[in-house]
Design a protein around this ligand. Sequence first.
Ligand code: EPU
Length: 341
Amino acid sequence: MKIQENVSLGELTTFRTGGAARYFASVKNISDLKIAVRFAKEKKLPFFILGRGANVLVSDAGFCGLVIKMEIRGIEVKELLNKKARAIAGAGEEWDSFVAKTVKRKLCGLENLSFIPGTVGASAVGNIGAYGTEVKDHILFVEALDTETMKVKKFSNKECSFGYRESFFKTKEGKKYIVTRVTFSLKKNGALKTDYKDVLEFFENKKIISPTQKNVREAIIEIRKKKLPDVSFVGTAGSFFKNPVVSKRKAGALKETYPNLPFFLSGEKSVKIPAGFLLDKVCGFKGYKKGNVGTWENQALVLVNYGGATTKEILDFADVMKKKVKEKTGIDLEMEVKVIK
Ligand code: EPU
């Protein structure tokens, strides 16, 4: 494995902005990964793990440490008794190809997470979620390299401390671990989740009464294509902010001013409200454009680099949105996208 110098990161992220990595290594197995980590340690440099770059924004000045591009691959599927199955995938596997493989074998669980850009490792670190499913619901174990002891540790689902777009691996203590492999628990011909509004409407319109798993995957892909920009053509990282969790009291007060405000229960006293609604219906940002940056025409929560934007322009644009939401609702939006600097 070769450690490269001054590698431009822009094209390795879906936002397509930002500077270069001082050092860069593509790792294809655990021994490569150990070499890369030792290199960073010897040089006393910070390191950053890059998957598909679908949820990151690289600073215009670049990253002064080592960027480790996770390319550990391999998929293994084991069908067990009672229709249960395990699917084990390397952290560098492309997420949607992995989901497609599970659907092809009629192993249910991940179909609602179809067409999300990213890698298997990032799916666990960020606990990706969409259309009523979070990946944590199907993760059995996560294996990760402890960069202090240089040993691989196996974490149970509980030890991963998953939360909404959160996991132990995002915490201060969890940062020393690099996810290498994830084991998912799936079920042959298992139950399907079709109760998310967009999915229900999709099947109603198509007059499909008992959708199959394949139907669900196709529906999710079509819904996402309609609502969200395709990262192969458009510079974006999907939802830019997280949906804020607020007290029921706060949501009730907001609902008086905005009667159509949707909300979802999140714990006993709190609710999650869509940041997209606040940015669109409350602040009028849907389709808003300034210079090379804007929000997507069908989803105000999605920021887009319309070509030639810098990371600073995107962050400044996001700051304007954040301030307006705060001014109008008192809510502090938190970024979902991670800035590498
Ligand atoms: N809405 C608006 N205007 C907008 C956008 C949304 O009024 O411009 C309203 C919608 O009408 C709907 C509600 O907000 O009532 C929720 O919108 P949507 O179903 O599009 O979902 P979201 O909450 O904006 C979340 C995830 C997405 C995921 C979708 C579908 C977060 C931050 N985002 O978006 O995940 O695909 O649900 O489950 O939780 C991502 O994380 O990058 C991502 C795309």
